[in-house]
Design a protein around this ligand. Structure first.
Ligand code: NAG
Ligand code: NAG
Ligand code: NAG
Ligand code: ZN
Length: 427
């Protein structure tokens, strides 16, 4: 058999197993990678990424964002296509995001839809078609922020519609009324799954204080917490099943730019209200979580579950992405050999302190500047193509190789009964 890529001596890790001394053969070709002593994990699936958003003129677009993704071992992303309140149809919204991503992405991608104006036409006619034809099977709703906020009534309408279409609903939830409504009436129905991000595992609100305007680099929502004990509780929550996914929530803004973080610095006076929310993190998500594995805070199988398998399953990509198995897309990350597995010093990675200059995004800082990494993706492989070769030429993939993913329904988070059909919106 002609092979595209043969990976030998692989310690293959999935969400359930660690299989030593495997060969991974990808058909038709030429290259052999010796993965002796290193883990081979599925390509990362980052299910929460903001790219080319109108509210972040200085943020990453698809080219630079996905370039940084491959350099950090992420091979699939879900980004947001955002409806403006003035837009009465989702068709041009989705078309516009296809234009933004098409031909620019290094990795495969799909869209979550941010619904800000759920008209009856959209709920009854457009959404069913977007699920069936467009491969969009998740929506995100906001209970806060004026340009995006929905009323409780609208939210319930959307949830009933998305439920009957088998779509996954993400909610930026900050409303006591609806929390009560959900608790009382939907608890026995709706599985509620939790997501967190690397910054809530490593950073505290100390980063916001006493450093002049530098604190703006770590302004995000929800805000960083005060107590270092909270970080330990977050790690415990990753291991004990409290969290289902770890995403980056990459929502980047340049620091030294009047339309970036410095929008919050007016004539030398800082105003936290004007600082745009969000942090860059698409490239560092996988390596930061893998650091947790090296520090014995997380099993390597749990790492795979949280960063690849669960995001793929939750968002309807569980039959092609998120694990290493025959028939699945050959999206892989090959890590450097770990200490105990490899005596050959040459093959090990030299620990390094992160600087934003080593990153591939289009942002002028990283909140993880100076963090010391003992492992990093040595290679990233998207559908059998090596796209990142850290010891060689770095990013060796090409933009436009990434394909749009038409997704199916979630294979996690399906409700247990269907009483909801009785409450279908009448329009
Ligand atoms: C998981 O760990 C967190 C943090 O320690 C704790 O609050 C939570 O109760 C634990 N959950 C389970 C199911 O053990
Ligand atoms: C900033 O300072 C300039 C010059 O003193 C002044 O014209 C301007 O109104 C100030 N802007 C704000 C927002 O205070
Ligand atoms: C690649 C990149 O954006 N590098 C920037 C890192 O930050 C320094 C200073 O903060 C900038 O000078 C670099 O351009
Ligand atoms: Zn977000």
């Amino acid at each position: 058999m002609e092979l595209d890529l043969l990976i030998i001596n692989a310690t293959v890790v999935t969400a359930s197993d660690i299989l030593p001394e495997q060969q991974i053969a990808i058909k038709n070709g030429k290259i052999t990678i010796d993965a002796y002593g290193g883990h081979v994990t599925p390509g990362g699936v980052d299910s929460h990424v903001h790219l080319h958003q109108d509210n972040s003129p200085t943020g990453d677009k698809f080219e630079s964002g996905t370039r940084s993704a491959v350099a950090g071992g992420t091979t699939t992303i879900l980004a947001f296509a955002s409806q403006k309140k003035t837009e009465l149809s989702l068709i041009p919204v989705v078309e516009e995001y296809h234009r933004r991503a098409g031909g620019n992405s290094y990795v495969d991608y799909g869209f979550h839809l941010i619904l800000t104006n759920p008209t009856p036409d959209i709920l009854d006619k457009e959404l069913p078609n977007l699920v069936k034809e467009g491969g969009i099977t998740s929506v995100k709703l906001y209970m806060t922020y004026d340009p995006m906020k929905l009323s409780d009534r609208e939210i319930l309408h959307v949830m009933m519609a998305t439920r009957s279409l088998g779509m996954t609903t993400m909610i930026h939830a900050e409303n006591a009324d609806i929390i009560g409504w959900i608790s009382d009436q939907l608890e026995k129905l709706l599985p509620i799954l939790a997501e967190t991000c690397p910054h809530y595992l490593y950073l505290t609100s100390k980063r916001l204080r006493g450093q002049g305007f530098e604190g703006a680099k770590c302004v995000c929502s929800p805000p960083l917490r005060e107590n270092p004990m909270d970080l330990e509780a977050m790690w415990a929550g990753l291991s004990n099943g409290t969290f289902t996914t770890v995403s980056s929530d990459h929502a980047a803004h340049k620091f030294d730019h009047v339309q970036g973080k410095k929008a919050g610095l007016i004539n030398g006076t800082s105003s936290f209200r004007k600082i745009p929310n969000g942090l860059p993190g698409l490239e560092t998500r996988q390596p930061l979580l893998f650091s947790g594995v090296l520090d014995d805070k997380l099993k390597v199988t749990k790492f795979v579950e949280l960063t690849s398998s669960n995001p793929a399953k939750l968002y309807g990509m569980g039959s092609t992405k998120g694990t290493i198995a025959p028939g699945y897309d050959a999206d892989l990350v090959i890590w450097y050999p770990t200490e105990e597995q490899c005596a050959d010093v040459e093959k090990k990675m030299k620990p390094f302190a992160l600087s934003n200059e080593t990153l591939h995004h289009d942002i002028d800082y990283s909140p993880f500047e100076g963090f010391v990494f003992r492992n990093w993706p040595r290679y990233t492989v998207v559908r059998g193509e090596v796209v990142w070769d850290r010891n060689g030429k770095g990013v060796v993939g090409s933009k436009g190789f990434g394909r749009y993913l038409k997704r199916g329904s979630s294979s996690l988070g399906q409700p247990r009964n269907i009483w909801v059909n009785d409450f279908r919106p009448s329009g």
